[in-house]
Design a protein around this ligand. Structure first.
Ligand SMILES: CCCCCCCCCCCCC[C@@H](O)CC(=O)SCCNC(=O)CCNC(=O)[C@H](O)C(C)(C)COP(=O)(O)OP(=O)(O)OC[C@H]1O[C@@H](n2cnc3c(N)ncnc32)[C@H](O)[C@@H]1OP(=O)(O)O
Length: 359
């Protein structure tokens, strides 16, 4: 059997190369992409010179991805190869001189600007289909309305706390540290009880937040607020309450409006930046302030025996709650690590996807 070259026709798009090999009833089709970016084709079939073994090879102008999509029909063999980088090639082969067996595939041929338009049209169709899929959710308006209201209420609550504390700080100076609890605790109770919804929302699929980071955040804060400050009057006059409340409310007056805008598909760049950057100093400071509060409460729990666990008389009176809190201190730093990592990933994801969109 003679070894011959079939007629090959080609066309390109920004991301792909199409080859059409004029070989009918092809069998034993063997197509390989070599490391030097060369495509080797070998098959038996009916071509210009009748039934024969046909072969050709093409060294591409630029690198291509290693996977080959191939379809043999009664009339031809179609090959699709993905370009490694999405850009328009000046020609198909590395060699400037075009091989004699190669020609343009006029059925698929587009010049660069036509291909660009085709790409844009495809993107438009994709966008419309995504939008229409999203629009199919009949409760979307209701969900967004609920989230908007939730974020608005939290924003107003935390703003009230933040403004109240700031004004008092300006007027009373350091004295304001000591009665923060009596002026802001009711509102903080309200906001932090509402914040339990932040754990429920991802469970109901209303937001993309991961359940575990939200749970750590809400449970961690509520232990400090309800158990340490709420149940120990001795803690309520301490300056640490000021720092804890101030650090919590500082992030929330940016986080909730950021979410509110997200509910109406709006974004303010500065607000986004603040939401995804302020936690970097605030989170460790917040954990340190919370740890100080826990440490200050240990002797009070030892003294008052509040929440202590009764023990059989042979083992002593009772097990002080301060032991549980010492364990909690360890958990706090574990929680800090988990949430710091989560927030870091969220920040990277946000700014990476932003950059991609700009390019
Ligand atoms: C008894 C058991 C106890 C166990 C716990 C023991 C450990 C305790 C350790 C606790 C340490 C806590 C310390 C902490 O209290 C200290 C402080 O808070 S100091 C102040 C600084 N703090 C912060 O900056 C943290 C603020 N909090 C948060 O950011 C969140 O609570 C957190 C869960 C940590 C992360 O948020 P999230 O995962 O939601 O990130 P995103 O904002 O990127 O949201 C993801 C996507 O969901 C959309 N989303 C989320 N929520 C809403 C909403 N309410 N409304 C509308 N949309 C929402 C958001 O837009 C994102 O969507 P997309 O990806 O499309 O942009």
């Amino acid at each position: 059997m003679q070894i011959l070259t079939p007629h090959v026709y080609w066309a390109q798009r920004h991301g792909e190369i199409f080859l059409r090999v004029e070989l009918s009833d092809a069998t034993n089709v063997d197509i390989r992409l070599m490391e030097d970016n060369t495509l080797q084709f070998r098959a038996q079939g009916h071509g210009a010179k009748g039934d024969n073994q046909y072969e050709f090879s093409l060294e591409f102008l630029e690198p291509v991805k290693p996977e080959i999509h191939q379809k043999s029909t009664q009339r031809q063999v179609d090959i699709k190869i993905k370009k490694r980088e999405e850009r328009w090639w000046q020609r198909l082969t590395l060699r400037e001189k075009k091989p004699v067996f190669l020609g343009p595939d006029f059925d698929r041929w587009l010049d660069e600007s036509d291909a660009e338009m085709e790409l844009q049209a495809k993107e438009k169709i994709n966008k419309i289909s995504v939008e229409s899929r999203v629009r199919k959710d009949p409760y979307l308006g209701l969900k967004k309305g609920y989230l908007f209201m939730y974020n608005l209420v939290q924003f107003l609550g935390f703003s009230w706390i933040f403004v109240n504390m700031t004004v008092r700080l300006f007027i009373l100076g350091q004295d304001s540290f000591y009665d923060t609890f009596h002026t802001a605790a009711d509102m903080m109770y309200f906001c932090q009880m509402m914040a339990v919804l932040e754990v429920i929302n991802p469970l109901l699929g209303l937001v993309k937040t991961k359940f575990f980071p939200a749970m750590i955040q809400v449970a961690g804060r509520n232990v400090i607020l309800f158990v340490i400050f709420g149940s120990l009057e001795e803690m309520q006059n301490k300056a640490v309450v000021f720092f804890v409340f101030y650090l919590w409310s500082t992030i929330e007056i940016f986080r909730y409006p950021f979410y509110m805008l997200a509910c109406i598909d709006t974004e303010w760049k500065l607000l986004t930046w603040l939401r995804y950057s302020l936690w970097i100093p605030l989170y460790p400071l917040g954990v340190v302030a919370e740890a100080v509060a826990v440490i200050q409460s240990l002797p009070i729990f030892d003294e008052t025996r509040l929440f202590s666990i009764p023990l059989p008389s042979v083992l002593g009176r009772s097990l002080s709650f301060s032991y549980t809190l010492q364990l909690y201190l360890v958990l706090m730093f574990l929680g800090l690590f988990i949430n710091f990592r989560h927030l870091y990933k969220q920040r990277r994801r946000r700014y990476r996807s932003r950059k991609k969109k700009v390019q």
